[in-house]
Write a protein that binds this ligand. Structure first.
Ligand SMILES: Nc1ncnc2c1ncn2[C@@H]1O[C@H](COP(=O)(O)OP(=O)(O)O)[C@@H](O)[C@H]1O
Ligand SMILES: [Mg+2]
Length: 445
């Protein structure tokens, strides 16, 4: 049954009223009859099948008059609630939903096709919501309670889950489930209008010619998705090490090493940070280091690696523009315990970073590359950011879509030479700047 038809069926409208009672009472009966210890030894699919069978017997025995459809709906809902994630189960099954947001028991929102909508669903009570949350976080051996009111975890199936409960949240328990992002090729992203073919060829060349690339954007703008697509262009002969907080990248190359950081356990021990992993990766003879998201002191290690021979590395950072990304890398690098003056960090960024790709999610839900910029400065010079591609948006049209077009600017001679040396031609749409004044540059500190 599709999600839409489920939520449009009155019985499926949350577990309120009489119907909710029926579900709750059968759920209690079911839990009485099953052997929990035996249940836990079964695989998930078997467990569900077993519960459905037992419940089928209970219903037949009790004999309420139900049509076949009603009966299977009831069984499904009771079993969902008994072992699954209740009303979240069908949402999790729906591939078109990319994010599930539960704001307390009464408000459930989902993101679909880049748009957020509220569903006519609710949890029967705050306790039920808390039970569901506990069930989710316990699958990854975490717990959530007043002394531990925030949890960020990844489910075995890949979804990322964030929980924050009162008293930190003033609107009840909040659950945010981010689906495991589907991976797309750069071609597919171009098909969505996120970039065009000229930009695609330029980016492919930059990756293959081992430029160090930073993907910048706010949460949910598609950084990880683009990082994955770009990483897909790394030659199969390179040894690639990916480093992430929660492993989302899905690289198809033969020689990929995947590392994932680890939060501390309940006793506060055993934590392994992105930074530890970046440092360790340098001793693993990487050809390419791909950092899922730079959000702490690892910025320093990454910049050092990038500027000392580990070129061709890729990373994302949470920032709203190219200059913001540079500033953020600097601030994060300064967060490491190594005392490095800001000026030294500035030099390091100038020598480490080659390309910044800015992503923006527009009001119509489309995620676009809004800028491809090259960092064209050296040493202690102020940052010189040369725009080579830009999305020029028009005000939103009556149809609710954002129209606009990509614009191209000449690329710096130095970049063109480097591409040429790597047998990567510069796409003609851009052209090569003959002098500095042909570049679309801006300066930042
Ligand atoms: N260019 C795109 N076009 C359409 N959907 C996209 C695009 N990029 C990402 N998405 C979708 O948007 C969601 C968020 O993407 P993600 O890469 O995880 O963002 P971020 O890493 O910036 O938080 C995912 O569901 C992903 O599949
Ligand atoms: Mg991401």
């Amino acid at each position: 049954m599709s999600l839409r038809s489920r939520i449009n069926t009155p019985e499926e409208n949350g577990s309120r009223g009489e119907d909710g009672h029926l579900v709750a009472s059968y759920r209690a009966k079911l839990l009485e009859e099953i052997d929990l210890a035996e249940m836990s030894s079964l695989a998930a699919a078997e467990r569900r099948a077993r519960l459905e069978r037992v419940l089928g017997h209970i219903i037949s025995r009790e004999g309420p008059v139900l049509s076949t459809v009603e009966r299977s709906q009831l069984i499904r809902r009771v079993v969902d609630e008994a072992l699954g994630l209740g009303i979240l189960e069908p949402l999790l099954e729906d591939a078109s939903i990319t994010e599930i947001m539960v704001n307390g028991p009464d408000a459930i929102f989902v993101e679909r096709g880049g748009r957020v909508e509220q569903l006519p669903l609710r949890f029967p009570s705050h306790d039920q919501l808390m039970q569901t949350i506990e069930r989710i976080v316990s699958t990854v051996n975490r717990r959530v309670d007043e002394s531990n009111p925030m949890v960020d975890a990844r489910l075995p199936s890949g979804e990322r889950v964030n929980v924050i409960i009162p008293p930190l949240s003033l609107t009840g328990a909040i659950l945010t489930i981010r689906r495991f992002p589907r991976s797309f090729t750069l071609q597919e992203l171009a098909g969505f209008g996120s970039l065009d073919d000229h930009m695609l060829y330029l980016l492919a060349g930059l990756v293959q010619a081992r430029f160090n690339i930073i993907v910048s954007g706010a949460t949910g703008t598609g950084k990880t998705t683009l990082l994955n697509a770009l990483s897909g262009l790394i030659p199969d002969t390179d040894r690639i090490i990916t480093i992430e907080d929660s492993a989302e990248l899905q690289l198809q190359q033969r020689h990929v090493v995947r590392l994932e950081s680890r939060p501390p356990n309940v006793e506060g021990q055993g934590r392994v940070t992105i930074r530890d992993l970046v440092r360790n990766s340098l001793r693993m003879r990487p050809d390419r280091i791909v950092v899922g998201e730079v959000r702490g002191g690892e910025s320093l290690d990454m910049l050092q690696a990038m500027s000392t021979g580990h070129d061709g590395s890729l990373a994302t950072v949470h920032a709203n523009s190219a200059e913001d990304a540079l500033m953020r890398l600097k601030t994060l690098a300064a967060m490491s315990e190594v005392e490095i003056p800001f000026e030294a960090l500035h030099d390091q960024i100038n020598s480490a970073i080659d390309v910044i790709i800015q992503l923006t999610r527009f009001a119509d839900g489309v995620r676009r590359i809004t800028e491809i910029a090259l960092l064209d400065s050296h040493g202690s010079e102020p940052y010189r950011i040369a725009t080579v591609a830009r999305f020029n948006a028009q005000p939103m049209a009556a149809d609710g879509r954002v129209h606009g077009r990509f614009e191209y600017f000449p690329i710096p001679r130095r970049t063109a030479d480097r591409l040429y040396m790597a047998s990567q031609p510069t796409p003609q749409a851009f052209g090569v700047a003959q002098s500095a004044d042909q570049l679309a540059t801006r300066v930042a500190r």
